[in-house]
Design a protein around this ligand. Structure first.
Ligand code: 16G
Ligand code: ZN
Length: 524
């Protein structure tokens, strides 16, 4: 029987252990690590089919990002580093929910629906994993899946999510984007970064010194390996290198959500602290000023800094390329006002989830996209890339643009590459973190979780800013918001947890808190 071995291995080694229906969502599959073995195995099978379908290498990343250590998860990476295509997300859900005996039929159906995938065609799958104790075992399950489907594996070991995206892309484009190895990633980015500061690492109020909060995860390992390539261009002192619990009281998610300085990092005044998350695809900055006041600089602050710099370089180079910023509904209203009114850069809003932001960013020649949580990057159209490279021969600003382009990992949000991008802009401007932070002041805001019987009753439109159902809810939200100066609030069903999320902002923290509670009550 076709795919018979896939069934046999499943039954013998990776039997289905969970009966409830599971869905491939924005974070792929993510749950308690103990429940994931059979899913990992099946994602190995699916990645092999997808590799045959695309005639390209597919990536499988084993991580649960910022989630607690006992969790884990899996995400597939499409040939050019993109998130898995929507039709294949549905296939992933089908295959994960099939019975063990139903695996062969599910695979045959997927192969047929994809236009006829031959089961004996070559397939190569790149696998990477984070530092969780369960990741090693789950890697074995993915490998078993690929092999049972007749594919081959290249194991990149413990690696960040963005590095896996990078190597998949580089392999599939024949090395144009870079060399498809971890070392190739460090080399490409470090070389470009060094060129941008040939005039010296210090400049004005900028000092090349950072405190690096590795969240006790893979980001710390990647950064330690990266440091030798970076030489003197940046001085990074490493904390939370794995001596503590992954993502616990530290890392990008903790700093952003709790708005607190990470544990394990000394509270040095006026020092930039760079926090990454458990798979190093998100970054958040924070600092304590000379008066002891703590401030957190999130994805919105990064996006506005970066978009402002691109606008300046574009103007100086005389290139007429369409620059735009993509945010989500969570973007602080003050950031949107700053970038549209003060800098005059167009802003588009997308639904939560990287693939949505990425998609909207494609409408620009240079699309800067960031979620407030620190996940984001910059992407360049083919036209922009060529125009910049051509102009770089004769024009200093275009040359800078070209080098900045090489610091960026366009294939996905990347904490370390984003950090070097931020450092590049701060250096170019001669800014301290305090200078950067003073560009605009965030509106006080609050996020809340509300548990409801069925979160699917809430549906939204206009990039999640407006509720369509249940009927009347949006009118109620509007009338509550009207009572708060600078008030804004929205609700949306979470894509990763069985809850509804409430976001509120207002001119005071008390106002934002009360607004969130009032809107939360209207949902409940
Ligand atoms: C996923 C998304 C992240 C988003 C989050 C929202 C990707 C790679 N990741 O982790 O971008 O912010 O979901 O979660 O797209 P929520 O739907 O529970 O609010
Ligand atoms: Zn992450």
């Amino acid at each position: 029987m076709v795919y018979g071995e896939a069934v046999q291995v499943a039954k013998a080694k990776y039997p289905k252990s969970v009966t409830k229906t599971i869905k491939y969502g924005t974070a792929g599959f993510r749950t308690k690590a103990d429940e994931l073995d059979f899913i990992m195995y099946r994602m190995g099978l699916l990645a092999t089919l997808r590799a045959r379908d695309t005639k390209a290498v597919i990536g499988v990343m084993i991580t649960a990002s910022h989630n607690p250590e006992p969790d884990n998860g899996v995400k597939l990476i499409d040939p050019m580093g993109e998130m898995l295509a929507p039709a294949w997300e549905a296939h992933a859900t089908t295959l994960a929910n099939a019975t063990d005996d139903g695996i062969a039929e599910a695979m045959a159906t997927i192969a047929k629906e994809a236009g006829g995938i031959k089961e004996d065609e070559k397939a190569l799958v790149f696998v990477g994993r984070d530092t969780r104790p369960s990741s090693d075992r789950l890697r074995d399950a993915v490998v078993a899946g690929v092999k049972a489907a007749g594919g081959e594996v290249k194991d990149f070991g413990v690696v960040s999510t963005p590095i896996l995206h990078f190597v998949v892309t580089c392999h599939n484009d024949g090395g144009q984007y870079g060399e498809p190895t971890e070392e190739g990633y460090y080399k490409k980015i470090a070389q470009a970064f060094a060129k941008l500061r040939v005039s010296g690492a210090s400049r004005g109020s900028y000092e090349p010194t950072i405190l690096f909060d590795g969240a006790n995860g893979v980001g710390a390992i990647m950064m330690e390996r990266f440091i030798p390539y970076l030489g003197d261009s940046i001085k990074s002192t490493m904390y939370n290198k794995g001596e503590g619990v992954l993502n616990h009281l530290c890392g990008a998610d903790y700093v952003k959500v709790q708005q607190k300085w990470p544990e394990g990092v000394p509270q040095a005044q006026n020092s930039r602290c760079v926090s990454v998350d458990g798979d190093a695809d998100r970054v958040i900055y924070s600092f304590i000023d000379k008066n002891g006041k703590y401030s957190m600089l999130d994805g919105d602050k990064i996006a506005t800094l970066v978009a402002g710099y691109f606008q300046e370089l574009l103007k100086a180079s005389g290139l007429t390329l369409k620059l735009g910023l993509v945010q989500t509904a969570y973007a602080n209203g003050a950031s949107t006002a700053y970038i549209t009114e003060k800098l005059g850069v167009p802003v588009a809003c997308a639904k939560t989830g990287v693939k949505h932001l990425h998609h909207v960013a494609l409408q620009f020649d240079i699309g800067v996209y960031f979620e407030a949580n620190g996940h984001g990057t910059v992407i360049f159209s083919k036209n922009a890339r060529e125009a910049i490279r051509n102009a770089a021969q004769a024009n200093e600003s275009a040359q800078k643009l070209s080098q900045v382009m090489d610091v960026i990992n366009e294939t996905v949000g990347d904490a370390i590459s984003d950090m070097l991008l931020v450092e590049t802009v701060l250096h170019a401007r001669g800014w301290s973190i305090e200078d950067w932070n003073s560009a605009y002041a965030d509106l006080p805001n609050r996020q809340m979780k509300v548990t409801v019987a069925d979160r699917a009753v809430i549906t939204t439109t206009d990039a999640e800013r407006v509720c369509v159902t249940p009927a009347g809810l949006q009118d109620t939200i509007n009338s509550i918001v009207a009572n708060y100066p600078n008030g804004r609030s929205f609700v949306r069903p979470s894509g990763t947890e069985d809850i509804v999320r409430v976001y509120a902002e207002a001119s005071t923290q008390e106002g934002a808190d009360n607004l969130a509670i009032a809107v939360g009550n209207a949902v409940y």
